[in-house]
Design a binder for this molecule. Structure first.
Ligand SMILES: Cc1cc2nc3c(=O)[nH]c(=O)nc-3n(C[C@H](O)[C@H](O)[C@H](O)COP(=O)(O)O)c2cc1C
Length: 324
């Protein structure tokens, strides 16, 4: 197809893209409209120097935004042809999307697209009900469809061993005053277009908790309101750990999150064991898998919650020069 997307089509798709998750809700992306296509660019000004020194988190977030963009364009009838990291001289350009042949969206594309606006990180305790086997399978398929794997940590001893790795990584990170300062800086007591609202931050930690909470806001926790004793822990694994692998993992993450949302499940992310290299290696060895763990999710049936704020789409859109 010769004609490009219209600015209106791309603005609508970018409005879906910004609903993607990001470390501390920093939203480290810009969307550049160029010759009828759209490019996602890492916004280095919004990368967290202490919490994300390598840029892994920003690339995961941009990969997730890229998946939403692909889904929005497909759901609107003109899927994109995507090139990852298209310009060797501009490594921050995550992807360029141009129109492919128009076609009707599949039912799966429609329902995943419909889930974008309902997805949110649910950091509260989940109900103890297990995630049914057919949904576990769907989550694995979602990761595989995006060239990743989803490894479910099954059984009390495996979950306990994972908890130990995650808590120890959390302690390592928490010893760094710059890391703590960034977390505090991005926790929002007042309404804001970015950062983690304190009300979404989950209840304060207690010594008996199996998994570490990142601790945004530390909501009051009533006695006995413990987390589920055996959470479904899922580790997203990519083939490797290059910048491209991380962008691929971000897309797979978002497909898994939307598949979970569409199935009525709640998810929270915990990335401490990914951010500490020794913990990540321990996790990889404990799973006995090739590839590189890129994210960990806690999945279950959750209490109601609500999506967190985002910046306006026009604040992250760079229009073609000719239209300025
Ligand atoms: C790379 C990455 C790492 C994250 N790590 C954590 C984490 O360790 N703990 C946590 O509670 N949330 C984590 N999150 C979730 C973000 O805090 C969340 O996506 C952001 O605040 C926006 O909120 P939403 O997911 O409700 O839209 C992570 C998200 C990304 C993309």
């Amino acid at each position: 197809m010769d004609a490009g997307y219209t600015v209106e089509q791309l603005r609508a798709a970018a409005a879906d893209a910004v609903r993607a998750p990001s470390l501390h809700n920093t939203q480290p992306w810009r969307f550049r409209l160029h010759e009828g296509g759209i490019e996602i660019v890492v916004d280095q000004a919004r990368r967290l120097p202490a919490s994300d020194p390598t840029g892994w988190g920003a690339r995961i977030a941009c990969g997730a935004a890229l998946y939403n963009l692909r889904l929005a364009l497909a759901a609107a009838g003109t899927p994109a042809s995507v090139r990852l990291r298209p310009y060797p001289g501009e490594p921050d350009v995550v992807a360029r999307l141009v129109p492919d042949l128009p076609r009707r969206p599949t039912p799966a594309e429609r329902s995943l697209h419909g889930a974008i606006g309902h997805r949110f990180s649910n950091r509260r305790p989940f109900w103890p009900d297990p995630v049914p086997a057919d949904i576990r399978w769907q989550l694995g398929e979602a990761a595989r469809a995006e060239q990743c794997w989803l490894e479910l940590v099954i059984g009390t001893s495996a979950v306990n061993a994972f908890g130990e790795i995650a808590r120890s990584a959390h302690r390592v990170l928490d010893r760094d005053p710059d890391y703590r300062a960034e977390r505090a800086e991005w926790t929002r007591a007042e309404p804001a277009p970015d950062g983690v609202p304190a009300a979404a931050g989950g209840p304060q930690s207690e010594p008996q908790d199996l998994l570490p909470q990142r601790g945004f806001g530390n909501l009051h926790r009533a006695p006995g309101r413990d987390f589920e004793p055996e959470p479904l822990v899922a580790v997203l694994i990519a083939a490797g750990n290059t910048a491209t692998d991380q962008i691929i993992a971000g897309q797979a993450l978002q497909r898994v999150l939307l598949t979970a949302t569409d199935a009525g499940l709640a998810v929270s992310m915990l990335s401490q064991p990914i951010e500490v290299p020794s913990a990540r290696e321990q996790l990889r060895l404990s799973l006995g898998r090739f590839g590189t763990p890129q994210m960990v999710m806690r999945i279950g049936f959750g209490q109601p919650g609500w999506p967190t704020p985002r910046r306006m789409v026009d604040d992250v859109l760079d229009l073609p020069v000719s239209r300025l």
